[in-house]
Ligand binder design. Structure first.
Ligand code: MN
Length: 189
């Protein structure tokens, strides 16, 4: 059985940028439903004993496994999203910042590109910063799709499904993404 990962901070710790009530819905209801549904779908199948990443890779792009992929992808994406935030989050520093500046010229240029990916993901999905070889890349995925399905290593993700921000920002995805990047983003060392 898959279990929900524990949050790496108290549920109210991201307040006021991501209030306790938002987390109670997002972690306690949306994320829980993905994990519960995945458990029901894989019970008694070959997938029941596989790690989440393996289920994602094996079901990716296969119509007959779409429901399993969707719930496995969303379970993985959310557990990565929880670790993409921190009460001490915000702008990067140290070697990661140096890497950003070397590749993008400045953090602000990198941030604009990442915000653009988050805002142009039409409908539900995710914005990502990934490591591809020795390069940083920015990408976006739709619905439950995830870089993990293609063997790409994510460094940070932003959930841009409406359920991630509607309670606090309603339709204003740009304001949510700006707040996330200024106050919550947990960058690699
Ligand atoms: Mn979500």
């Amino acid at each position: 059985m898959f279990e929900m990962v524990k949050l790496p901070y108290p549920i109210e710790a991201l307040s006021p940028y991501m209030p306790k009530e938002t987390m109670e819905f997002h972690y306690g209801k949306h994320y829980k439903t993905y994990v519960d549904t995945l458990n029901k779908l894989v019970e008694g199948t070959e997938f029941a004993s596989m790690p989440l990443e393996e289920i994602i890779r094996r079901t990716y792009g296969k119509a007959e496994y779409q429901a399993i992929f969707n719930n496995a992808g969303q379970a993985w994406n959310h557990q990565f999203f929880w670790t993409s935030m921190s009460p001490e989050g915000g702008r990067p520093s140290g070697r990661f910042l140096e890497k950003v500046v070397a590749q993008y010229g400045s953090y602000d240029k990198f941030k604009e590109e990442l915000k653009n990916a988050a805002l142009t993901q039409f409908g539900s999905g995710w914005a990502w910063v990934v490591e591809d070889g020795n390069e940083l890349k920015i990408m976006k995925t739709a619905n439950a799709d995830t870089p993990v399905a293609r063997g790409i290593k994510p460094l940070l993700c932003i959930d841009v499904w409406e359920h991630a921000y509607y309670l606090d920002f309603q339709n204003r995805r740009a304001d949510y993404v700006e707040s996330f990047l200024e106050h919550l983003a947990r960058w690699p060392e």
